[in-house]
Design a protein. Sequence first.
Length: 382
Amino acid sequence: MAPRANWKGYLKLSLVSCAVALYPASKSTARVAFHTLNRATGNRLRRQMFDPETGDVVEPEDQVKGYEVSKGEYVTVDDEEIDAIAIESTHTIDIEKFVPREEIDELYFDAPYYIAPDDRVAEEAFAVIREAMRDKGVVGLARVVLYRRERIIMLEPRGKGLFAAVLRYPYEVREDEAYFEEIPEVAIPPEMLDLAEHIIERMQGEFDPSAFEDRYENALIELLKAKQSGKHAELPHAAPRPSNVVNLMDALRRSVQADKESSGQESTSVASSRTAANSNGSSQRRSTPSASKAGSSPARVAKPPSKSAEKIATPSSASKSVAKGPAKAQPKSAAKSAAKAAAKNSKTVEVKIAPAGGKGGGSKGAGKATPPTGSGRLRKAG
């Protein structure tokens, strides 16, 4: 079933006009509504207007509107006289001005409506007005008579139609100075402001009207369902009323602490895994054979102690140190040719160590000589 229009007339822009219909964009029929009944009989009651001076009931046809000009003195006006007041905007939405949307304060917004073309002939002119406003990025201000009152409405492109918001007159809006002027200027500590901003950042999200829940309306429905089925209706417990925070800084810190602790546990576990991986890698590097280093860097002659004795590395010990290196993985033919080349280029290493005391022989300690790279046999000196 198509929605019912609240108003029908014409949308006019200069000399361009088209037939349009105005539809309410909000509804209140979904709310729970109650009737007043007679508790003794259960019958629905009917309200009546009565004259307090005479006590007589006054029927609707005998009622009339009156404006009080002084105490107990009224000027009466009939409905026909009100309806006879002819205003041009009664059947026309005449756009008078275009303004940027951000210049209109939301405080002036009243009731929302939708505007759509009322017939096929009006569709083209309606689309021209709509798209022209959309391209210029502006909204229109127009006048229209609704419920016997002339109202200012804002027109804004919305999809294939127009969104119309009834605007309040300045005399209907209360300025905020009367409510905010006594609020003192407060010097906010930077740390307190940072904590509050952190909480706001953690609670940020997207506007989703479907997530809004009318808990009062739902509680009323559950109450009615329980009473209709004859069950005992459990009333919800009233939530405790909040009180002023005694220590604002402490409350802000406790609000942030839970978030910091959770993030700290995650970072600690990541750091532990990285430390374990680094320790495994370093232990693998330390376990690499020392002979592999000997094949790539020159051997060093160890310094003798103060009480010296000469002890030269024997060919057997040198061969053992070479055997631990990567040459073990080479083929036999390659190993033999490498040994011959090393024998040709080998040099005898002699180490003569003078006794520390001037005269006398060697001591118990001995210095060891490591052959340089590519060296062959070694013989004792002297």
